[in-house]
Design a binder for this molecule. Structure first.
Ligand code: UDP
Length: 161
């Protein structure tokens, strides 16, 4: 089993990533998954679903008062999403960097939104923005039994320091 070297904090962490309805419609699911796999992160949960307004209102509870909130709900329920949990060293911060700025016009080339997005309201993917946010979102979207603990053969390279 994987454990942190003595004296060092265990920095393994998990985050929630979702390919939003526009990403699914545009057949970008594979390319999004590939980026996180090739970076060295480990996929521990994956499913496709049609999201309910109920789940979304909890997921985006902090945005309830924003003017774009109704259209955000409409967009996110317009078709299936693919939601995943990824695990690895600093996965929250690193995947946020890989996803890029919320508004694709500000997102750097090489990020998912910088490579595949045009408009802030159709920005292809979601990624948790903090450790606490990730914990909350993973519990919201997944049941414990849907997340798999598995040993990957390269984890001494990609996960341990
Ligand atoms: N959003 C939008 N219009 C805006 C700002 C945000 O439609 O002006 C949507 C967009 O899909 C974004 C989501 O609301 O990804 C959540 O916004 P947040 O600020 O949490 O950005 P994120 O964490 O997704 O980068």
């Amino acid at each position: 089993a994987l454990s942190a070297p003595q004296g060092l904090p265990d920095v393994r962490e998990r985050t929630l990533i979702a390919v939003k309805p526009d990403g699914v419609q545009r057949r970008l699911v594979g390319r999004v998954i590939q980026r996180f796999e090739q970076r060295g992160f480990k996929l521990v949960g994956l499913k496709m679903l049609q999201v309910s307004e109920e789940l979304l209102s909890q997921h985006y509870c902090e945005l309830r008062m924003k003017p774009f909130y109704p259209s955000l709900l409409h967009y996110m329920t317009s078709g299936p999403v693919v939601v995943m949990v990824w695990e690895g060293h600093n996965v929250v911060q690193t995947t946020r960097m890989m996803v890029g700025h919320t508004n694709p016009v500000e997102a750097r080339a090489g990020t998912v939104r910088g490579d595949f997005g045009i408009h802030v309201s159709r920005n292809v993917v979601h990624a948790s923005d903090s450790l606490e946010g990730a914990k909350r979102e993973i519990q919201l979207w997944f049941q414990g039994k849907e997340l798999l603990n598995w040993d990957s053969c390269d984890q001494t390279i990609t996960c341990e320091l």
